[in-house]
Write a protein that binds this ligand. Structure first.
Ligand SMILES: [Zn+2]
Length: 278
């Protein structure tokens, strides 16, 4: 990612790909997003921040709900630049409650909110999301609606929220469609953010770079690319007052709680030769 030009990232907390069985598994996860992950990113020259929340899917599992009461002690930490991902998955009453409670937490902590919009029934999901946002104490200019596509971008634009597009290899959005949206919504370009993923599905963290390349090939300028891939994310997450883009200088031997990114001894020419000869 560093070689591809990535200098900073925001890692949102989300589902694991299988259900968590207790709130305690959130706390270890949040600690990793605030501890090991920034350490690991700094080893590669990348500044790391996170967003924390009870994700939409697990808002439906009563075993996970106690995390809502513990979130305040995490939301005060320096590495947290938004509450998120929050929003709707299956649009249940339990998700209504978790979404409005966490919008309030964002307002209480002076944080913006990263709002996931549902993958199924997207237009209705966005409308319901906006109803809850408008009822909340959080102004729309502190809300990022993510995973937008051609079916939701118009309504999202009219809402006054920030506009997020997640680029994936097979789902959500691809670079060429993103370029068409950027052209059609040129007047909104100062609040459009493009993101990529490295999650449990088929995903590719370098899709952000691919969008930049597709934009340049389509006649956009370097400044346009800088705006949607750098300046807008910096402006949005900077609303937290906590964005720190300096990366600590470290060595590969540095450790976090006793662990380095080196697993075992570094491979030297001598050990490699021995392994190859085996
Ligand atoms: Zn999401």
């Amino acid at each position: 990612m560093y070689v591809a030009g990535v200098r900073a990232l925001v890692e949102p907390s989300f589902w694991l790909g299988q259900p968590r069985t207790s709130p305690a598994s959130f706390y270890d996860y949040f600690d990793a997003l605030l501890g090991w992950e920034p350490f690991r990113a700094a080893q590669h020259g990348i500044a790391h921040h996170c967003t924390l929340a009870l994700n939409p899917k697990e808002a439906n599992d009563p075993r996970c709900l106690p995390v809502l009461d513990e979130l305040p002690r995490y939301l005060v930490k320096d590495g947290v630049v938004a509450v998120g991902e929050i929003g709707y998955d299956a649009m249940t009453p339990a998700e209504d409650t978790a979404l409005s409670a966490q919008l309030q937490l964002a307002a209480d902590h002076g944080l913006p909110a990263l709002v996931h919009t549902p993958h199924r029934d997207k237009a209705a999901g966005l409308a319901r999301t906006l109803d809850v946002v408008h009822e909340s104490a959080l102004p729309t200019d502190r809300v990022l609606l993510d995973h937008l596509n051609e079916t939701t971008v118009r309504a999202a634009t009219d809402s006054g929220c920030w506009l997020g597009f997640s680029i994936y290899p097979d789902t959500k959005m691809d670079p060429d469609r993103m370029v068409r949206v950027l052209r059609e919504y040129a007047s909104e370009r100062d609040r459009i953010l493009v993101n990529s993923a490295a999650d449990w599905g088929r995903s590719d963290p370098l899709k952000t770079r691919h969008v930049g390349e597709a934009m340049l090939a389509a006649g956009f300028t370097d400044d346009d690319v800088d705006q949607v891939l750098w300046r807008n994310p910096v402006a949005f997450y900077g609303l937290s007052g906590r964005l720190d883009l300096d990366v600590e200088d470290t060595t590969p031997q540095a450790t976090h709680e006793g662990n380095s990114i080196l697993r075992g001894a570094p491979v030297t020419t001598a050990t490699r030769a021995t392994e190859e000869g085996r």
